[in-house]
Write a protein that binds this ligand. Structure first.
Ligand code: KG4
Ligand code: ZN
Length: 336
């Protein structure tokens, strides 16, 4: 089965074509392109929805052209079309979903509306032989700019939300603190870069709600805000490292505690924040100590992209899943 997917939930335009993954062959990515809009939003310190949707309209047709020619495949040869249908920005979601629905109608092929969070959640399994078989009881941490979630995975489409942020998402905290520090957008990679060589123990920053399965990062952000005016001299590396470590401590501790509680032996992590090398390393080490298998996606699959949507769609479609082309996008779509 060949699936073409579009991802336009926020500010990245993604189009990908994926083949296989149906037990006969591994899922094989034929082409994946992402057009970043970072430059367009950077000066505002965050994503401007109107600008994002206008750019999707410009980039999506270009990327469609590019993936079909680099995969050397005609649109008529695609077996199904998929798009992210939520959660995300309404005006952005509409672009990708409308294009995928139009193609499905035009070519008389199935359409799959995919939850962006399911795309992230399944991405660590991408590239393994027969993705469907890889989906087994596990504990999944999703950490992105919009979400921080602990999910118990029982099987494909069978997810249980164990915890979520009550205020800022982990990526949002990285972005906001980076802005306070005068660093660029998105803030996560900037903070990670400045944290290298910094002392993660120099500043004692709060680790909130450690006894809960939910997360809270706004106290940490506020602590940095109050600390900043008191600091003199060279503090950027140490503060970046201390802030990053405070986030990592919370994410690692809650993930391991939940995995022990629910007696799963596989832990996965996904979403933009999981590009963070220090988080990956510390989660991997904690999993090793706790006797858990650990899977994370390649960094290019952690931030928003259409390959993860194509992968989720292909697994779903093989199980008989079909969406109606009349199905609307849902900016608040829940995972469970
Ligand atoms: O998954 P994603 O691309 O978009 C959403 O679905 O939100 O995640 C973007 C988020 C941003 O907040 C960005 O700062 C964060 O992921 N991020 C990172 C790193 N790379 C991206 N956070 C920490 N360390 C990184 N290396
Ligand atoms: Zn995302």
């Amino acid at each position: 089965m060949t699936v073409l997917a579009l991802e336009t939930s926020c500010d990245e335009t993604g189009v990908a074509i994926l083949r296989g993954g149906n037990g006969e062959s591994d899922s094989h990515l034929l082409a994946s392109e992402v057009a970043s809009q970072i430059a367009a939003h950077e000066k505002y310190g965050g994503v401007v929805p109107e600008i994002a949707s206008r750019n999707h309209l410009v980039y999506a047709p270009r990327l469609l052209d590019r993936v079909t020619s680099s995969a050397n495949i005609g649109l008529a040869e695609v077996d199904a079309f998929a798009a992210t249908s939520g959660p995300g920005l309404a005006s952005s979601l509409m672009i990708g979903a409308s294009i995928a629905k139009g193609l499905a109608i035009g070519f008389g092929k199935p359409y799959a509306a995919i939850n962006h969070l399911e795309g992230h959640l399944l991405s660590p399994l991408f590239g393994y032989e027969d993705g469907n078989k890889q989906i087994r009881p596990s504990l999944s941490l999703i950490v992105s700019g919009g979400h921080t979630m602990l999910v118990r995975v029982n099987g494909l489409g069978d997810y249980e939300l164990l915890g979520r942020t009550v205020d800022d998402a982990a990526g949002e905290a990285f972005d906001k603190v980076a802005k306070m520090l005068g660093l660029g957008y998105p803030g996560g990679p900037e903070i990670e870069k400045h944290a290298r060589g910094g002392d993660p123990n120099r500043f004692d920053l709060p680790r909130s709600m450690l006894d809960s399965q939910n997360f809270s990062f706004s106290g940490l952000k506020t602590a940095v805000r109050y600390l900043l005016p008191k600091l003199k001299g060279d503090f950027l590396a140490d503060l970046s490292a201390s802030f990053q470590q405070a986030i990592i401590d919370v994410l690692v501790r809650k993930t391991i505690t939940a995995a022990q509680k629910y007696r799963v032996n596989l832990i996965t992590v996904s979403g933009g924040v999981s590009c963070n090398q220090e988080l990956r390393k510390q989660l991997d080490e904690a999993c090793g100590r706790g006797g858990f298998e650990f899977k994370n996606a390649e960094p290019w699959l952690c931030t928003d992209n259409a390959a993860m949507i194509a992968f989720a769609a292909s697994l779903r479609l093989q199980g008989g899943f079909r969406s109606k082309v009349t199905e609307e996008i849902d900016p608040n779509l829940a995972l469970t």
